[in-house]
Design a protein around this ligand. Structure first.
Ligand code: ADP
Ligand code: MG
Length: 338
């Protein structure tokens, strides 16, 4: 490995302690690992890779790279109503990676392992002539047959979203120097929302039995709601003025519609967008207070009118918002940024 740290050193000294002594990880000394779900539970599995310069700026600190990689995966598990348990880590490291980088990267993972109650199960380490990239496979547990899918939204469901939307898109624009956020506190908040997303690990499992369909917001609110619509064969209308925006986002965006559109479509929020029948409204309110996560009802699902599921955005006077995407986006091919 680059600069005096070889692969086996890296695994033994840095990664093996992250297994927390879990028997199934076999101390990272075997070809594979094992996990056994609790009785009545099934394993929920997801993978997400991130690439330097594509999914995070090349200047991102190693601990933030680690946290981001883990948290985007935790978010997928949460959105399915499952509890995370463990993960594998595949690393493609360029020559610029040295021991300091490895130590900082591992400290980022260790902190989040404690926060989220997960451990490392195994992985793979290779060198690359390309940019740093890492891929995590995450495993969680859901009650048998209770994983919340994208495909089970009904017509006339309410549409909800957790937390606030658009902060991370503004934060990334600020980090990249494309957006000036004058207030230092607002800037730190917005950039923090990009660098250290907060996966909704307590909300997701609490939605089991209440949410009809759900997805995490990684591609953008409109796109991810669109994924639910495409999978479920419904359309949706959301009201822009009901979408929850943070104080910092409101101060930055003021009355610029292109910037509002950026919030709705920007992505990297790692909130949960879900649908539930109107009969579940009281339960959704209880779930918000029990988990301490704000949940906003932002619209509803409607029948598909012209054969293609679509998401439309409306303003306070119920007009379709003339945004960059025309306020109306179809999800025929359901292609995403990935
Ligand atoms: P193989 O040659 O069979 O691919 P490796 O030598 O790559 O095995 O890996 C040896 C052990 O180290 C395995 O248990 C593997 O899971 C673990 N390992 C390798 N890289 C990582 C990593 N980045 N994170 C966690 N575990 C790793
Ligand atoms: Mg290997």
């Amino acid at each position: 490995m680059a600069r005096g740290i070889d692969e086996f050193d890296l695994i033994r000294r840095y990664f093996a302690p992250l297994t927390n002594g879990e028997p199934g990880a076999l101390g990272l000394r075997d070809d594979a690992a094992w996990i056994r779900p609790d009785s009545g539970m099934e394993l929920v599995v997801s993978a997400d890779a991130i690439v330097s310069g594509v999914h995070f700026p090349t200047s991102t600190k190693p601990a933030d790279v680690a946290r981001r990689a883990l948290r985007v995966n935790l978010s997928d598990i949460a959105a399915k109503g499952a509890r995370p348990c463990c993960y594998t880590l595949a690393l493609q490291l360029p020559d610029t990676v040295d021991e300091d980088w490895a130590a900082a990267f591992v400290s980022g993972l260790a902190g989040d392992q404690e926060t989220y109650g997960v451990f490392l199960l195994g992985g793979d380490t290779t060198r690359t002539p390309g940019p740093l990239s890492l891929s995590i496979n995450i495993f969680g547990q859901a009650i048998e047959n209770k994983m919340i899918k994208r495909s089970s939204a009904g017509v006339d469901d309410d549409v909800y979203v957790s937390g606030t939307i658009g902060d991370a898109a503004l934060g990334l624009a600020s980090i990249m120097g494309d957006l000036a956020v004058d207030d230092a506190e607002d800037r730190a908040f917005l950039e923090g929302r990009f660098l250290q997303p907060e996966p909704r690990v307590s909300l997701g499992p609490a939605l089991v039995g209440t949410a009809a369909a759900s997805a995490d917001v990684s591609d953008g609110l409109v796109a991810d709601l669109g994924h639910i619509c495409a999978a479920s064969g419904v359309s949706a209308e959301i009201q822009q003025h009901r979408v929850p925006f943070s104080g910092a986002a409101r101060r930055v965006v003021t009355d610029s519609q292109p910037l509002w559109t950026k919030l709705l479509t920007g992505g990297d929020d790692y909130e949960i967008v879900f649908t539930a029948p109107a009969s579940a409204r009281d339960r959704v309110i209880s779930i918000a207070s029990a988990t301490g996560v704000s949940i906003m009802r932002i619209g509803r699902t409607i029948p598909v009118t012209d054969g293609i599921p679509a998401v439309s955005v409306r303003d306070e006077t119920d007009n379709i918002v003339e945004a960059g995407f025309g306020g109306y986006r179809h999800f025929a091919g359901d292609v995403t940024r990935g």
